[in-house]
Design a protein around this ligand. Structure first.
Ligand code: NAD
Length: 476
C-alpha cells in the first residue's frame, strides 16, 4: 500500500509536522489503497512563510521570466499526461475519457496562461493617470477532489502569470494524485517557494490559509457551504476571494428540439465526470406536450451509458469517489422516491453485475415537483430530474428558479430562439445545442454558485490589483 508522508515546501519534499493519518480507499474495490500523513496548521504556516519569502525575492520578476516558468510547467505536465491520467483513474475512479481530458487540460492551462501573459497590458494610461496592474502577493489555492489536476494547474498558472507565489491546499481525498502532480511540477525546477503544496484537512490547513494575514487572496473551488465559510473568514484580513461553488444547472429542451440529437447530449451533461461535476446539467426541462417522448428518449440515453470499470475506455460512469459520497447519492435517490417522484430508470443500490465498489445506478426521476430536495439540491452523482413546462416563458422561469447560477444548456432547432432563451438565463455559462470546452472564456457563477471568474483574461485579472499613479511625469 502506498504511503504519502511528505508535503512540498520551499522546493523540497519535507515531512509534515502534522501526525494525523488517513487511509484512502480504492472506490472500485473498496480496499485500502494508501495511507497519508496529513499536514496541520504549523505546516500551513511554514508554507505561507516560504511563499512570502519567495514573493519578496521574486517580486518584479519579468514577463519573460514568468513565461519561461509557465513553459517549463507546461512541458513537464504535458510529458506526464498519461501517468497523471492513470493515477486519476486509480485513485478517483474517473472514467478514462474524463481522466485523459483532465490531464490534458491541466497541461494546457500553463500554455494558455503563457499566451495570455505574452500580450497582457500591465500598464495603461487612463486620462491623466498611469494605471499599473500589480500582483497581489501570496495567494492561497484551495481545491476539491473531483478534478484535482485541473484545478491546481489552472489556479497556479494564473498566480504565476500574475507574479504571485502560492500555497496550494488540495483535497485530502486526492492525496495520491497530488503526490504525483507535485513530483511532476518539481521537475520544472522553479525557484523554491514559488509554489508550495500542503495536503491536509480543510478545517486545519484550509482554515489557517483563510485566517493568515500574509495571504492576500484565496481562490477556492468546492462546495457552496465551505465557500461561504471562507468568504466570512477572509473578510477579517480583507483577502480577495474567488469562489467557484456548486450548481443545479438546467438543461432546457425547447419544443422544436430534435430529441434524438439532444437527449444523448443532455444525458452526457447530467453524468459527466460520473455526475460529480459542478457544471452537470442535473435538471432537465421539457415541454409538457412532448413529455412522454422526452421520458422515453432520456431513459434510452441513460440506459446506453455504461457504468463500471473506469479503466475500460467504453465506460461512461465510474464509481463515486468515497463511501460517503456513495451514501449521499443513495440518500437522494431514496429521498426522491419518498417525496413522490417517479423512477423512470435507475434507483437505489448498485447496477446489476457490480457487487462492490461505490457504483450507483444512473437514475432519472419523472413527476418531479420543483420544491422536492432532488430538484433543488446539488446531488453530485448521475441523478437527473425531469420536469415539464408550459411555454418558453415558464421554461425560463423554472430554469432560473434556483439558488445557483453556474451553468445552463439550451437546445432548439431555431438558433435565434435558443440565443434569446440563453440571454435570459441567470448563469455564468450557457451551452447552446452542444457540449463545449473554451478555456479562454470566463468560468464562474451567478448567485450562490460563486464570486468572480476563472480562466482567460477575466480570471487573470482576479489575481491583479490596479494601482493608479498620478504626477508620474511631473518634476517638482
Ligand atoms: P468541499 O467544499 O468539501 O472541499 C473543497 C476544499 O475545501 C477541500 O480542499 C477541503 O479540504 C477544503 N475545505 C473544507 N473546509 C474548509 C474550511 N473550513 N476552510 C478552508 N478550506 C476548507 O468540496 P468537495 O467535496 O471537495 O468538492 C465538491 C464540491 O465542489 C461540490 O459542491 C461541487 O459543486 C464543487 N465544485 C465546484 C466547481 C466550480 O468550478 N464551480 C468545480 C468542481 C467542484
Amino acid at each position: 500500500m502506498e504511503t504519502i508522508d511528505t508535503i512540498y515546501i520551499n522546493g523540497a519534499f519535507v515531512a509534515p509536522h502534522g501526525q494525523e493519518m488517513q487511509t484512502l480507499v480504492d472506490p472500485v474495490t473498496e480496499a485500502p489503497a494508501a495511507r497519508i500523513v496529513l499536514a496541520d496548521e504549523v505546516d500551513a504556516r511554514r508554507a505561507i512563510a516560504a511563499a512570502s519569502s519567495a514573493y519578496h525575492a521574486l517580486r518584479g520578476s519579468s514577463r519573460t521570466q514568468r513565461m519561461e516558468w509557465l513553459q517549463r510547467l507546461y512541458e513537464v505536465v504535458a510529458a506526464a499526461e498519461e501517468e497523471l491520467s492513470m493515477q486519476m483513474v486509480e485513485e478517483y475512479g474517473g472514467p478514462l475519457r474524463t481522466s485523459t481530458a483532465t490531464a490534458k487540460r491541466a497541461a494546457a492551462s500553463f500554455a494558455a496562461a503563457r499566451t495570455l501573459l505574452a500580450d497582457y497590458a500591465f500598464e495603461r494610461q487612463i486620462a491623466s493617470a498611469k494605471v499599473v496592474m500589480e500582483p497581489l502577493g501570496v495567494v492561497g489555492l484551495i481545491t476539491p477532489w473531483n478534478a484535482n489536476y485541473g484545478f491546481i494547474c489552472s489556479k497556479l498558472s494564473m498566480a504565476i502569470a500574475a507574479g504571485s507565489t502560492a500555497v496550494i491546499k488540495p483535497s485530502e481525498l486526492s492525496a495520491r494524485q497530488t503526490a504525483l502532480l507535485t513530483r511532476v511540477l518539481h521537475r520544472a525546477d522553479l525557484p523554491p517557494g514559488l509554489f508550495n503544496i500542503v495536503t491536509g484537512r480543510g478545517d486545519t490547513v484550509g482554515a489557517e490559509i483563510v485566517r493568515h494575514p500574509d495571504i492576500a487572496k484565496i481562490s477556492f473551488t468546492g462546495s457552496t457551504a465551505v465557500g461561504k465559510a471562507i468568504a466570512r473568514g477572509a473578510v477579517d484580513t480583507m483577502k480577495r476571494v474567488t469562489l467557484e461553488l456548486g450548481g443545479k444547472s438546467p438543461t432546457i429542451l425547447l419544443d422544436d428540439a430534435d430529441f434524438a440529437k439532444a437527449m444523448p447530449l443532455a444525458a452526457l451533461a447530467a453524468t459527466m465526470n460520473s455526475g460529480q461535476a459542478c457544471l452537470a446539467g442535473s435538471r432537465l426541462l421539457v415541454p409538457r406536450a412532448r413529455l412522454r417522448e422526452a421520458e422515453e428518449s432520456i431513459v434510452a440515453a441513460f440506459d446506453a451509458l455504461r457504468v463500471g470499470d473506469p479503466r475500460d475506455p467504453a465506460t461512461a460512469i465510474g464509481p463515486m469517489v468515497t463511501h460517503t459520497q456513495y451514501e449521499r447519492v443513495q440518500g437522494y435517490i431514496r429521498r426522491g422516491i419518498e417525496d413522490g417522484a417517479r423512477l423512470l430508470t435507475g434507483g437505489p443500490g448498485r447496477p446489476d453485475g457490480l457487487a462492490r465498489g461505490y457504483f450507483v445506478r444512473p437514475t432519472v426521476f419523472g413527476s418531479v415537483h420543483k420544491d422536492m430536495a432532488i430538484a433543488r439540491e446539488e446531488i453530485f452523482g448521475p441523478v437527473l430530474v425531469l420536469m415539464s413546462y408550459d411555454g418558453e416563458e415558464q421554461a425560463i422561469q423554472m430554469a432560473n428558479d434556483t439558488i445557483y447560477g453556474l451553468h445552463a444548456y439550451v437546445f432548439s432547432a431555431d438558433i435565434a430562439r435558443a440565443n434569446r432563451v440563453a440571454d435570459r438565463i441567470v448563469a455564468g455559462r450557457v451551452f447552446i445545442n452542444g457540449l463545449y470546452d473554451e478555456p479562454a472564456a470566463p468560468f464562474g457563477g451567478f448567485k450562490q454558485s460563486g464570486l468572480g471568474r476563472e480562466f482567460g483574461i477575466f480570471g487573470f485579472e482576479q489575481y491583479l490589483e490596479p494601482k493608479a499613479l498620478l504626477g508620474h511625469e511631473h518634476p517638482l
